[in-house]
Design a protein around this ligand. Sequence first.
Ligand SMILES: N[C@@H](CCC(=O)N[C@@H](CS)C(=O)NCC(=O)O)C(=O)O
Length: 161
Amino acid sequence: MSATPDLTLWGVGTSRTIRAHWAMHELGLSYKVKPIGPRTGETKTAEYTRLNPRQKIPLLQDGDFCIGESAAIVAYLSRTYSTMERSLIPETTREYAAWLEWCFFIVAELDSTSLTLCAAIGLTRSVRSTVLRRKSLPRLASISASSCAMSKSRSQTAGNS
Ligand SMILES: N[C@@H](CCC(=O)N[C@@H](CS)C(=O)NCC(=O)O)C(=O)O
């Protein structure tokens, strides 16, 4: 691996792509962004299909290596580019197990449920228009944060009823 990684992240504006952008920022990595969006046809081009036959975003290119699936990208980045100061994956066996538990819970349980919830409260439309206007990552992150807060307050309300 070269001293300066050649990283390119494909995809913006979805909860799945934010995971990978967020991990890049946490690890202090420099990278290029290919700002393709969902439901635009941009994942179906011949160039992109060669890189990711599943035609989904996000996708990370690290030199000649490609990896898809948001959780796998985050795990790869953490394992490859963690430093003493910046690390995302815990070291001890039990803490690592708890980290895995959260990853599987998010991917297998929370992911599609939260998208359904977002659609139900009309959040998907605002995220989509933000993508189309190519707003910056902080704006996307704030939408993501308010989406989490709304989901949390709704699940608390549901739990109290
Ligand atoms: N499990 C995948 C899901 C990726 C996914 O479904 N991405 C959607 C957008 S959220 C996509 O790229 N759809 C293809 C398209 O809309 O062109 C991950 O976490 O990365």
